[in-house]
Design a protein around this ligand. Structure first.
Ligand SMILES: *Cc1c(COP(=O)(O)O)cnc(C)c1O
Length: 381
């Protein structure tokens, strides 16, 4: 059996090695390292793939979130509602911009922000909602957009884990995640579903005026050379990363399908285990792009399972072990533990199994059998 990795980037590279190697060499020979034609072409190709009017590439997914918020003109003291159960980047940029993060609980089935919790958290100071399409499954955008429209709030989608997912609205419209809210961010970190060979990110919007503002923000607040109209940042996708992304984008749907297939096999093998809750796809298959395959382990010591898997050469991850509201940097006296029953429970139960495009049946069988052996022999707690 091939060595099992949490994320295996080598197989993908080998399939497109000729194109990648040649195009990286071309960039080097062209010396157009920054803002070269590859960046522009990638931007156009991604706009087409997502059916979104504007893609603005930048340096990473965290910058993308920050720049989206700067572009919207959010001001210190404005409240921004986001999920308690997610990666810290989301709340970090809110705090950095001196906005007020308002963390709310999530839904136990989708792991995504709970629209009812959003409703309860809205105050006259609320300006924006940041849903995160966690683990590759879209948040409940039907209801989130309704809430935003009712209360005149911006929606910033954190699409770092969801690129390529389709969202089916109740009225039948199908839209790619990242093209739904007023603005969205994504990350091209190597392990993301569309990853480059270093750091990268992008902002998406259908709003022409906002796109114009953001193009200046990413470039030191310049709209005319050496005229700085707003306080900006320096955040660029470089041409070598863009050329890698151009080689991978045509395969993104194939990559996401491979992840879904692996998830289906995991689900089938683990079905019926009474102490395991397998991930549920809400709606049709194409909504979930399985950035992570995350189980909930009930009545059994999750950390002991993680150790058992590691002892058997199976890497695994706990995303995320601590709720954001309990992190030192983000504690706030306004929060009560009773506001976060689901997140507090999930952090004890979740475990993510290896998930990438190169998993084979032998590996999946070995992983699921090792999980089943452990849970069936474990003492229930
Ligand atoms: C990865 C990730 C980010 C940050 O992306 P970077 O490119 O690492 O800065 C933000 N939000 C979520 C949900 C992520 O998974």
């Amino acid at each position: 059996m091939k060595k099992i990795q949490m994320v295996d980037l080598k197989g993908q590279y080998e399939q497109i090695k000729e194109r990648i190697d040649a195009s990286i060499l071309d960039v080097i020979q062209s010396t157009a390292f920054i803002n070269g034609p590859e960046v522009h072409s990638f931007q156009k190709e991604l706009e087409e793939y997502l059916s979104v009017k504007h893609v603005i590439p930048c340096a990473n997914g965290t910058d993308a979130l920050q720049i989206a918020m700067m572009g919207l003109g959010l001001q210190p003291g404005d409240e921004v509602i986001t999920a308690d159960f997610t990666f810290a980047a989301t709340v970090e940029v809110i705090a950095l911009l001196q906005l007020t993060p308002v963390l709310v609980d999530v839904d136990p089935t989708s792991f995504n922000i709970d629209p009812e919790a959003i409703r309860k958290a809205i105050t006259p100071k609320t300006k924006a909602i940041v849903p995160v399409h966690l683990f590759g499954q879209p948040a409940n955008m039907d209801v989130i957009m309704d809430i935003a429209n009712e209360h005149n709030l911006f929606v910033i989608e954190d699409n770092a884990q969801g690129i390529g997912a389709n969202y089916h609205f109740k009225n039948g419209t199908v839209t790619k995640t990242g093209a739904i809210g007023h603005v969205a961010s994504t990350s091209f970190f190597p392990s993301k579903n569309l990853g480059c060979y270093g750091d990268g990110g992008a902002i998406f919007t259908n709003d022409d005026d906002l796109a114009h503002i953001i193009r200046g923000v990413v470039n030191h607040g310049m709209y005319k050379r050496y005229h700085h109209d707003v306080v900006g940042v320096n955040s660029r996708l470089d041409s070598i990363q863009a050329t890698v992304l151009r080689a991978k984008l045509p395969n993104l749907d194939t990559y996401n399908n491979a992840r879904r297939e692996a998830a289906k096999k995991y689900n089938a093998a683990l079905a019926g285990q009474e102490n395991i809750i397998t991930p549920e796809i809400i709606g049709t298959d194409d909504t979930h792009v399985f950035h992570q395959y995350t189980l909930r382990i009930k009545n059994i010591d999750r950390d002991a399972l993680a150790k058992h898997l590691n002892d058997n050469n199976i890497p695994c991850g706990v995303y995320y072990p601590i709720p954001l509201h309990s992190q030192k940097a983000y504690q706030d006296t306004r929060y009560n533990e009773s506001d976060f029953p689901i997140t507090n429970q999930l952090v004890k139960e979740v475990i993510s199994l290896p998930m990438h495009t190169e998993l084979d049946n032998e590996q999946i069988n070995y992983i699921t059998q090792t999980v089943i052996d452990f849970v069936s022999k474990s003492v229930v707690i």
